[in-house]
Structures are given as structure tokens and as C-alpha cells.
Design a protein around this ligand. Structure first.
Ligand SMILES: NC(=O)c1ccc[n+]([C@@H]2O[C@H](COP(=O)([O-])OP(=O)(O)OC[C@H]3O[C@@H](n4cnc5c(N)ncnc54)[C@H](O)[C@@H]3O)[C@@H](O)[C@H]2O)c1
Length: 368
């Protein structure tokens, strides 16, 4: 595959996403080719990246200029304490604004590093090198950074665009299958909210994508990035349109938070459950036709994607689920704001429901 370059043009920053294979072998060259010059560089690396790959990445850097920080990426560590640790390294080594922080990892490493970059001296150069499918198709694009607190997920954060994104598909070779499915969740979401033709492609080829077969994996990564690019360019700060990217996520964040970010349900799996809840809710509220609902449901069944909330929750958990839904960032009142779907490719924004409606919905879903 030759390198593919996608330029993101938001109001605050223009930057390229470079997608390809073998890119990790010469990152300093890619930085220079994209006019990124700095004296010092802190590389925050997910500690599950294989040592030999880390060594391959570091080999081309000038050893005198770089500091590495190994990060144990999980939702419990996506917190202020780890942001503070990164800030302490930057401060101790007197990094200047025109120095650079590079994240090499999945969505968690990227969100934590991006947030630290945005607040260090009010903003240091940030480069994102996503190593999971989820991060390559979603979290590395669009500049959302953030951390979790005991009150809920991603409630503290910033909009801070990277200077460059380098997406090397070869990273995915070491990614567990379970994590590939999590990335697939966001690809699937992009098709549902934006393009029926892409959904039809996924409906035919999901197994090939999940098994990383060429050219299906490349096509779905590029298409997903293109969809996200269109959305974030039109609405960088999520005033309106960008909210559609939260499709399924109001449910998903409540599922993850309620289980206290247990390994039983990781982020992408929660997103799949959340998408399923959102299509069921859309059907119940007569927004989505039965035909479209069944088409989407069939995709879940055919590819064995998680869809049963009663595998994770009981009636006694409802209060906690609703507590977290009420903490969602999109809410503007005491009501719960949901992104629903009218038809594959078309969503409906700004619908608000009270907790009684949600309670009834969950009871029916749990009895299913
Ligand atoms: N900023 C955004 O716009 C945005 C969008 C979507 C999701 N997110 C956030 O992203 C996070 C989920 O991201 P994720 O699914 O990438 O999770 P993650 O960063 O936890 O990575 C998943 C797992 O894969 C491991 N890993 C990473 N790269 C690997 C590789 N190449 N080989 C082997 N193992 C590897 C990690 O250590 C981790 O165990 C969530 O916290 C979510 O809120 C952010």
C-alpha cells in the first residue's frame, strides 16, 4: 500500500493524517517532511507495544533529544494522576512550547497525552501515533482529549488538535482480536451515522476487516477517517453536527462507568452495546423503521457483535446507569440527551428524555 495522506482543516489547526505501512521505521523523517522541528521530545508509549517495535521506533531518533515514558493504558489510569506524571517530566526537563510530545498508543494513551499537551504551558506541539484500530479510525482525529473521574467518563478535557497523525497499519498485527472488534465498533458507527453505502460494504466484508485482510482493512480505515474529517471540519467544537459521533455513546459511557471500567466490558464493546441500545430506542420511538432496524440487528447477529445488555446488567443496576447518563456532557438540563437514528446514514439530534422513559426502556431491554 502506498502512503495515503488526508488533510484535516479545522478552524484552529490544519494537519495531515498519514496512513500506511512501515511508517514506524522512520518517524523522525515523517516529522521533518511535515515541518515539525523541535529540540526535545517526550514519547509517551503504551507499555503493551512490543519491545522490539519500541526499539525500532526509537532507533531513528537522536537519543540525546528524547525521553520515553511508558504508560499502562487502561480506563482506570486515564486520570489526572497520570496527566500530572507526564507534566512533571515535561517540567523537570524544562520543555518549551516548541518542543514536542508524541503519543504512541491507543485511544487512552492519545487522550491522556493530548490533554497533557494542551495544558502544558498552554499548549505544546502534539503528534499522535495511534496503535489500535479504534485510535486509527476515530480517537486520533478531531482533537478531543480527556480523562475520566469518579463522576464519569471523559468529563475533564479539551479540544486540542495534533500537529500530525501517523497511522501505521502494521501496528495492528499485535493487537488482540478483541481490540480489533472494538475498533470495528467505531467504523460501524461511522457507517450508521453517515453513509448507507459504507454500511453495505461493511455488511458484506466485516469478517475480512476484523481479520485485517487487505484491501478491506485499508479501505475501512481510510473511509472512517474521511467521514470523521468531514464532520469535525464542519463542527470542530461539537456545537451541533459533531454530536452525531456520540451515537450510541451516551449509553456506552454509562455502561462502562457503571461497571467501574471493568475488563469484562472494554470501551469498544460498550460502544457496540450502546449502538444496539440506540437502535432499539429509535425503533421504540418510531424514528427508525422496522426494516432498517432488522438490517442493523442482523449485522450484530451475523458477526457476533455484543448486543445483550442483560449479559452485564440486572434491574438493580438501573439507578446507577441512569445516574451516569444524567452526567453526560451533551445534557443541557436534567433531561438525558440522546442521538438517535432515523435511517441508516441519517441521525436525529437533540432529543431529550426524562429518567422515567429511560427506566422503562431498560426494563424492557433487560427482559428481552
Ligand atoms: N478522543 C476521541 O475523539 C476519542 C474517540 C473515541 C474513543 N476515545 C477514547 O479512546 C479510548 C479507547 O481507545 P482504545 O480502544 O484504543 O483503548 P486503549 O488505548 O486502552 O487500547 C486498547 C488495548 O490495546 C493495547 N494496545 C494498544 N496498542 C497495541 C498494539 N499495537 N498491540 C497490542 N496491544 C496494544 C492497550 O495497551 C490496551 O490494553 C477510550 O478511553 C475512549 O474514551 C476517544
Amino acid at each position: 500500500m502506498k502512503q495515503f495522506k488526508l488533510n484535516i482543516n479545522t478552524k484552529t489547526q490544519k494537519y495531515p493524517i498519514i496512513i500506511g505501512r512501515g511508517l514506524l521505521n522512520n518517524i523522525p523523517k515523517l516529522l521533518k517532511n511535515n515541518s515539525l522541528y523541535f529540540t526535545k521530545c517526550l514519547i509517551v508509549i503504551d507499555n503493551k507495544i512490543k519491545k522490539k517495535i519500541i526499539l525500532r521506533i526509537l532507533k531513528k531518533f537522536n537519543k540525546k533529544n528524547i525521553i520515553t515514558f511508558l504508560f499502562n493504558a487502561n480506563e482506570k489510569n486515564k486520570n489526572q494522576k497520570n496527566v500530572d506524571k507526564i507534566l512533571a517530566v515535561l517540567l523537570k526537563n524544562n520543555f518549551q512550547r516548541n518542543d514536542c510530545l508524541i503519543s504512541v498508543g491507543g485511544g487512552i494513551t492519545g487522550d491522556v497525552s493530548g490533554f497533557a499537551s494542551s495544558i502544558y504551558k498552554r499548549g505544546i506541539n502534539f503528534v499522535n501515533i495511534p496503535t489500535t484500530l479504534l485510535a486509527q479510525v476515530d480517537s486520533s482525529i478531531g482533537g478531543k482529549t480527556g480523562i475520566n473521574t469518579s463522576f464519569g467518563k471523559n468529563l475533564i478535557g479539551s479540544f486540542y488538535q495534533p500537529k500530525l497523525v501517523i497511522s501505521d497499519i502494521d501496528f495492528l498485527k499485535t493487537l488482540p482480536k478483541r481490540e480489533i472488534v472494538c475498533g470495528y465498533a467505531e467504523i460501524f458507527k461511522h457507517s450508521l451515522i453517515f453513509e448507507e453505502k459504507f454500511f453495505s460494504f461493511l455488511d458484506k466484508n466485516a469478517n475480512k476487516i476484523i481479520n485485517l485482510k487487505s484491501p478491506f482493512i485499508e479501505k475501512s480505515i481510510i473511509k472512517s477517517c474521511e467521514i470523521k474529517k468531514k464532520i469535525v471540519e464542519l463542527d470542530e467544537k461539537e456545537k451541533s453536527l459533531r454530536k452525531i459521533l456520540n451515537f450510541g455513546h451516551t449509553f456506552a459511557h454509562a455502561y462502562e462507568s457503571s461497571l467501574n471500567y471493568s475488563k469484562r466490558l472494554n470501551h469498544g464493546e460498550a460502544v457496540l452495546l450502546g449502538i444496539y441500545s440506540a437502535i432499539s430506542f429509535s425503533l421504540k420511538f418510531k424514528l427508525l423503521s422496522k426494516l432498517n432496524y432488522l438490517k442493523i440487528k442482523d449485522h450484530f447477529i451475523k458477526y457476533k457483535l455484543p448486543n445483550k445488555i442483560n449479559n452485564y446488567f440486572l434491574k438493580k443496576d438501573l439507578k446507577r446507569l441512569i445516574y451516569f447518563m444524567k452526567k453526560d456532557k451533551k445534557n443541557t438540563s436534567n433531561l438525558i440527551n440522546l442521538i438517535l437514528i432515523k435511517k441508516i446514514g441519517i441521525t436525529k439530534l437533540n432529543l431529550n428524555f426524562n429518567e422515567k422513559v429511560l427506566n422503562k426502556f431498560f426494563i424492557e431491554e433487560l427482559n428481552n
